[in-house]
Design a protein around this ligand. Structure first.
Ligand SMILES: C[S@@+](CC[C@H](N)C(=O)[O-])C[C@H]1O[C@@H](n2cnc3c(N)ncnc32)[C@H](O)[C@@H]1O
Length: 369
């Protein structure tokens, strides 16, 4: 079986792997169907010479054909094509992330603003362990820049402020992120045990981005998927994803990598999402709307803990009664819990997060506004 056939046979829930040219493939995606897009496009580094370390070993730079363009004009045309499609595909309240180095980030930002995206932040990814400047001819290139933007100025985007604050020792998360480059076991190897991809991004970076700007069950798109770092973190955090890349070797490796990832229970990490689009919805509203019935059993992701839904919107666990958050914390013996991401119900033989019901109500409200 060749690599393309092997690739097609591997199936992963809530995901779509598209092998092809992103410029063509994006055209097939539905308008306003994606909650967040992460774009790590070619850098157009224009490297000509081989770079060697002091011990004369060769540095694995970006020399692949996918990073080659004949001129800035061609690179700009390419950028404008995929960014235009991203704008069409992104939901009205969705956000887009672009990452690049000094070689391309200014061009990406220029096209982004020309297309009337609205920039929310630029983030400096400060590499704790950058590659030294071996020749000593310039400053050590120790960071990459990310741009985070909405589809339009008035978009009601998701920003999980409290989750970020919690991740940052209860201080507001700043726009300078100190993270390591991808290394060690995380770095994918080819059949010769050589680095598979020259620009594999660290999981920690995508973990933070996804937690900051999406909700459980959201759809994420990565039009330059590479080794599938975005997909790996989406699966881990319970988000759906679509990945596009033109290189079958990368795509095959990405799929194999993502198959091995286990989703985690994010209830300890994710605080109640504070989104500019989020309307406060009490749990009792789910009962009023008939989405959950009094007396129904509600349980955690492992289905090891069960509580009963009461008609006043509280839960009862053994003799203890309280809100979804209070009982969630009580059963875990923790000081607090986000009940929205902790509890699930079984309906029509499907396990559904109560957060999905809340999102449904939110969408119903915003469609009437
Ligand atoms: C900077 S890398 C992305 C690395 C990825 N974020 C990771 O963590 O592995 C850019 C990727 O875009 C892909 N690519 C470049 N041009 C493309 C195109 N026109 N269509 C589809 N994929 C493309 C390359 O194969 C490469 O894997």
């Amino acid at each position: 079986m060749n690599m393309r056939d092997q690739f097609k046979k591997l199936k992963i829930r809530n995901s779509k792997f598209i092998l092809g040219n992103t410029i063509n493939e994006l055209k097939h995606l539905e308008t306003e169907s994606i909650d967040m897009i992460f774009c790590d496009p070619p850098y157009f580094l224009q490297l000509t010479k081989e770079l060697r370390r002091p011990d004369m070993t060769v540095v694995k730079g970006v020399k692949e054909t996918w990073d080659k363009f004949s001129s800035y004009k061609e690179y700009d045309k390419f950028t404008n094509l995929w960014l235009t499609e991203c704008k069409r595909i992104l939901k009205k309240d969705g956000t887009i992330w672009l990452i690049g180095t000094y070689h391309n980030i200014y061009r990406l930002g220029y096209h982004l603003q020309n297309l009337n995206f609205w920039v929310l932040n630029d983030i400096i990814w400060n590499k704790i362990n950058p590659l030294p400047n071996f020749k000593g001819t310039r400053f050590t290139n120790a960071h990459e820049v990310l741009i985070w933007a909405t589809k339009a100025k008035e978009s009601k985007y998701t920003f999980n402020y409290h989750t970020m604050k919690k991740m940052n020792n209860n201080k507001q998360m700043r726009s300078d992120w100190n993270l390591k480059v991808c290394q060690g076991k995380e770095r994918l190897k080819d059949s010769l045990n050589k680095t598979l991809h020259s620009t594999q991004k660290p999981e920690e970076l995508l973990y933070r981005i996804i937690l900051a700007s999406t909700k459980q069950g959201d759809m994420v798109l990565d039009p330059f998927f590479g080794t599938g770092t975005t997909g790996a973190m989406c699966k881990k955090l319970g988000r759906k994803f679509i990945g596009i890349d033109s290189n079958p070797q990368y795509m095959h490796a990405a799929k194999k990598r993502i198959m091995k990832i286990n989703p985690i229970d994010t209830s300890n990490i994710e605080s109640v999402a504070i989104s500019s689009s989020s309307k406060k919805i009490p749990f009792s509203n789910l009962l009023k709307k008939g989405l959950i019935r009094p007396g129904e059993k509600i349980f955690n992701s492992k289905e090891s803990i069960r509580a009963t839904v009461l008609s006043n919107g509280n839960l009862k666990f053994k003799k203890v009664e309280g809100s979804i958050h209070k009982i969630g914390a009580y059963v875990q013996n923790k000081p607090s819990c986000n009940g929205w991401t902790y509890w699930f119900v079984k309906q029509n033989n499907k396990v559904i997060s109560i957060n999905d019901h809340r999102n449904f109500l939110r969408e119903e409200i915003s469609s009437k506004e």
